[in-house]
Design a protein around this ligand. Structure first.
Ligand SMILES: NC(=O)C1=CN([C@@H]2O[C@H](COP(=O)(O)OP(=O)(O)OC[C@H]3O[C@@H](n4cnc5c(N)ncnc54)[C@H](O)[C@@H]3O)[C@@H](O)[C@H]2O)C=CC1
Ligand SMILES: C[N+](C)(C)CC(=O)CC(=O)[O-]
Length: 490
């Protein structure tokens, strides 16, 4: 088990703790705030209900979380140390001095700083080469972006190790090659924030109207294509050059006040805080965090289906998790063919729930269909085989919904091959939550030629694998409920 030390367990440190823990790391926390344990516990509760839903495979077993009162203790055995103390340079520098007196010289010290350059953080440090900026985004347990900002003091090996560890946590390390105050992303955020403050101060828009302008429009575009690709498309067939010719001159017009910051008078703070209270004061911050998390997970899952932007990052992470979890992918991986094969292991994501607060009926079929796809892959009907023109079509399905599955619950599908001969495959799936039987799925599939769209015999490899599994499993008792029809006996 690998260990991370979290120095400062506030909004961001708590998010990092969740990101590491739910990816199977042990986490040690140091924070002088007596409320730190409670606050991290609440962040973790939110992370546990949302983060597993990003994956279509199971996350590893959670690591161990512990709280420590000395720096020497917290960094013991840590290969990654994440500093997330308040944004004050002299405090951060003092913290590094304390850390470096005790930590392993090979450990990476990442700083969450939103604004300081890594060279400023390294200035007073006994071992500057160990410190690098790893600036995350809130909530750290869901947002993939982390700006990785090194200096010439950091070795290429440290940068490569940092990228590997962050990628292993399902994050997207963006290597910022030239250090600058506030890195890349916060410069945009600051520009938008300044302009928004002016709009409120000048009485042009309320905080709510500004939020609507973002979430109903360009915020949706930015989440999937960013700025430049969005504008390239907006240039029409002539693309970016046309876009720049058309809209470039507007940059000279009095559209922007980006160079000035409105003075933070009590009046302005009260105006903005008052509007913000009127807009969202009826909800607690934790409630708002849960709404945000559910929305973010749902949006990222939509991008996952397109294998695009943050969705592609999630798919890569899933592939890594699955490889580590040792799921069966080929007939040759099966250890005991006489037992049902685990074809799905995952958590119930937020977009699988319905108004009854549990996994909705269609998602039972979704999970069984994924289990069937995995079984097809195992016996040799994979993407390469399908490209040669053979595949399976489902002819009949019977699902029994036996028990509920709740948000974030870990489910597992165990699959039996009841028959696999000629052109037919008869599968029996059982879905479990722990050892609780949640559902059964019985499916008849017909092998087809994708050219004629008619039944056709399957390949010798598929025939051999199906016969091997069906034969080995034939000694198991007949599944309870197999061949059942719908409806009560009269
Ligand atoms: N809040 C945000 O949206 C983001 C913040 N950041 C950066 O993350 C860092 C932390 O910010 P937040 O989590 O928002 O602040 P926060 O105020 O929520 O948390 C800071 C924590 O550090 C603890 N702390 C204070 N002195 C300490 C010390 N000597 N040793 C250990 N812990 C100590 C405090 O008790 C507190 O729990 C800052 O550098 C900030 O710029 C980065 C990305 C986003
Ligand atoms: C406001 N902030 C500068 C601390 C924000 C960040 O650093 C990143 C984020 O999560 O928006």
């Amino acid at each position: 088990m690998t260990t991370a030390a979290i120095i400062g367990g506030g909004v961001i440190g708590g998010g990092w703790a969740a990101r590491f823990l739910l990816n199977g790391w042990d986490v040690r926390v140091f924070d002088p705030d007596p409320e730190a344990e409670r606050k991290i516990g609440e962040v973790l509760d939110n992370a546990r209900r949302s983060m597993p839903g990003l994956s279509d495979v199971a996350l590893p077993e959670e690591g161990r979380l512990s709280f420590h009162e000395s720096l020497a203790e917290v960094v013991e055995g840590a290969v990654w140390i994440q500093e997330s103390v308040p944004e004050r340079l002299e405090l951060k520098q003092k913290v590094y001095e304390g850390l470096q007196a005790h930590c392993d010289a090979g450990a990476i010290i990442g700083s969450s700083t939103s604004g300081f350059k890594p060279s400023e953080l390294q200035e007073q440090a006994p071992r500057p080469e160990q410190i690098v900026v790893t600036h995350p985004f809130n909530p750290v347990y869901l947002m993939p972006l982390v700006e990785l900002v090194p200096t010439a003091q950091n070795t290429a090996d440290l940068v490569a190790r940092a990228k590997e560890i962050l990628t292993g946590l399902g994050m997207f390390p963006l290597h910022v090659r030239k250090e600058i105050d506030a890195h890349i992303a916060d410069r945009f955020l600051e520009a938008v924030w300044r302009e928004a403050l002016w709009l409120v101060k000048d009485g042009i828009a309320t905080t709510e109207e500004i939020d609507e302008a973002i979430r109903m429009g360009f915020g949706i575009r930015w989440a999937q294509m960013g700025l430049f690709d969005t504008y390239r498309v907006a240039g029409g067939e002539a693309g970016m050059k046309h876009f720049m010719a058309q809209f470039g001159p507007a940059l000279e017009w009095p559209w922007t006040k980006l160079m000035d910051v409105p003075e933070f008078t009590d009046e302005l703070v009260d105006l903005i805080a008052g509007q913000s209270d009127a807009q969202s004061g009826h909800m607690s911050i934790r409630e708002m965090e849960r709404i945000r998390d559910d929305n973010v997970v749902s949006m990222m899952r939509a991008l996952k289906a397109q294998n695009f932007a943050s969705g592609a990052v999630l798919n890569t992470h899933d592939a890594g998790l699955e490889a580590k979890a040792g799921m069966v992918k080929r007939a040759g991986d099966i250890v005991d063919p006489g037992q049902p094969i685990v074809t799905i292991r995952r958590a119930v994501p937020v977009d699988w729930l319905d108004y009854n607060g549990h996994m909705t009926e269609s998602r039972y079929l979704h999970a069984f269909a994924d289990a069937t796809d995995r079984l097809m892959e195992i016996v040799g009907c994979d993407a390469d085989y399908i490209a040669t023109g053979g595949s399976f079509f489902t002819a009949e399905t019977h699902i029994r919904h036996i028990d509920e599955a709740k948000l974030g619950e870990r489910i597992e599908v165990r699959t039996r091959v009841l028959m696999g001969e000629g052109k037919k495959m008869h599968l029996w799936h059982e879905m479990y939550g722990g050892e609780r039987l949640l559902a059964t799925g019985e499916h008849i599939l017909i092998h087809v030629s994708l050219e004629t769209r008619r039944p056709a015999p399957f390949s010798a490899e598929i025939a051999e694998n199906l016969a091997m599994i069906a034969g080995a499993q034939s000694g198991l008792p007949a599944p309870d409920g197999v061949g059942r029809y719908v409806g009560a006996p009269r």
